[in-house]
Design a protein around this ligand. Structure first.
Ligand code: FDA
Length: 412
């Protein structure tokens, strides 16, 4: 039996940043343990579909904290240790060989990829992208290949297509929707712009179709068959078809789940000594006054940091953060804040072009979301300020690039 004052269950992004905040709070050596199913110390996931996949970074360069950090602060890290059962009433976690008890637990079990359920999905050469090992496996398969089929038209599909095309492979993206990022925040105009931009870079699209079979011969995959009957020749398939929150462990316990693990605006679960951060947290967003679960880096970072502060009594303010996402594709980098779901109006600032433009979503004249790419910093600052304060914004000012967005209380 191993006893700790604090345990972080999971060793991903939220865990790595929570550990930093525990250290900053001045915990004593031996008080904190991280238990992770992975074989690496917590690392950044965004580079796995960007610089790491490109071969420009090594595993040690994407670590959130190096080994010396954990040693210096007396933080125990149990790698390759999967927790199989939790008993919240006993404050106990069980792996195959060990029992761990805690005074306070932070759950950061994240998500896992949705996998293909079609014949041939087990062929060597069919890949997903969640972990360092997944990204390494793609890198290792890249010798002697010419063609790549990407399944999925979301964030991962777009980033992987960009990386693979920059390596000069023939890249085809296949997805069931009729537009890129359709289920995310892109408007029709944004999808059209990015599709055109991708085509100019040489990426091909097959929209409105799904893969129904992966075919191979002599130990190599050779084709992907689509539901229309069309067959594509390929050497590699990479599927980015969504993720599933890792909540199975908690479902038959007294910890309340609702898509993820349900927590309040202090990230506290239905069990008072259990806190939750990152992809797996269904939390109460005080800015939009609704429950939501977010599968993005910034959410994992800020929730991990915040949960550690609450657990060490450094704060009693509610968790307050605007949902945020960033992406890098080819030569473009964009950022997005907010929530488009209740928006009743969209305005564009600047022509939709690779030079840069921004998109603003309003609900009853209040800014609820913004997309900014290649625009002055004042637009980024304005977006965050106006979403947070909820004051009215004039659409005419947003769409007129000649008008500054510096004004703190622009009225409708
Ligand atoms: P994360 O998945 O990072 O960690 C979960 C950890 O829990 C893992 O270590 C897992 O092994 C462990 N675990 C689970 N069950 C366990 C058990 N029973 N026992 C022990 N350990 C267990 N976001 C963004 O905003 N911009 C971007 O550009 C990108 N790009 C990007 C690229 C790629 C390839 C990926 C996969 C993801 C992104 N993201 C992103 C998303 C972002 O990285 C993601 O939201 C965070 O990693 C979530 O962090 P968590 O700590 O919640 O889960």
């Amino acid at each position: 039996m191993r006893n700790y004052k604090y345990i972080i269950l999971g060793g991903g992004v939220a865990a790595g940043y929570a550990a930093k905040s525990f250290a900053e709070a001045g915990i004593d050596s031996g008080e904190l343990a991280i238990i992770s199913a992975e074989s690496s110390l917590p690392y950044e996931r965004p580079p796995l579909s960007k610089a790491f996949l490109a071969g420009d970074k090594s595993p040690s360069e994407i670590l959130i904290n190096d080994q010396a950090f954990y040693d210096d602060h007396g933080i125990a890290v149990f790698l390759e240790t999967r927790i199989q059962t939790i008993e919240p009433e006993k404050s106990a976690l069980y792996s195959k060989d060990d029992t761990f008890t805690y005074e306070k637990l932070l759950i950061c079990t994240g998500s896992r990829v949705r996998t293909l359920d079609i014949p041939g999905a087990e062929w060597d050469g069919v890949h997903y992208l969640r972990s360092l090992a997944d990204s390494m496996a793609i890198r290792e398969q890249e010798y002697d290949i010419a063609r790549v089929v990407i399944l999925g038209g979301g964030y991962i599909g777009m980033e992987v297509a960009s990386q693979m095309r920059q390596k000069n492979y023939e890249v085809t993206m296949v997805f069931p929707e009729d537009a890129l990022m359709k289920d995310h925040f892109f408007t029709k105009e944004m999808s059209e712009f990015f599709e055109e931009y991708y085509r100019e870079q040489g990426v091909k699209f097959i929209k409105g179709e799904k893969a129904v079979e992966i075919i191979g011969s002599n130990g190599h995959l050779t084709n992907v068959r689509l539901d229309s009957g069309k067959t594509l020749e390929t050497d590699l398939v990479i599927a980015g078809i969504g993720v599933i929150p890792n909540i199975d462990l908690f479902e038959k316990t007294s910890i309340r789940t609702e898509e993820g693990i349900l927590v309040d605006h202090f990230l506290t679960s239905s069990i008072s000594n259990i806190y939750v951060a990152g992809d797996v947290a269904t939390y109460h967003d005080v800015i939009f006054d609704k429950h939501r679960r977010i599968e993005h880096w910034n959410n994992a970072v800020t929730q991990g940091q915040y949960a550690a502060q609450v657990m060490t009594n450094q704060t009693r303010e509610p968790y307050r953060e605007i949902p945020y996402f960033f992406s890098d594709i080819f030569d473009l980098s964009y950022e997005f804040w907010g929530d488009v779901k209740e928006a009743d109006r969209v305005v564009y600032r600047g022509e939709l072009s690779a030079e840069g433009f921004s998109v603003w979503w309003l609900q009853q004249n209040r800014l609820v979301a913004a997309f900014v790419m290649g625009r002055p910093d004042e637009e980024r600052e304005f977006a965050q300020m106006m979403i947070a304060n909820g004051e009215p914004v004039a659409a005419t000012m947003l769409e007129d690039s000649n008008q500054s967005l510096k004004a703190p209380n622009a009225t409708a």
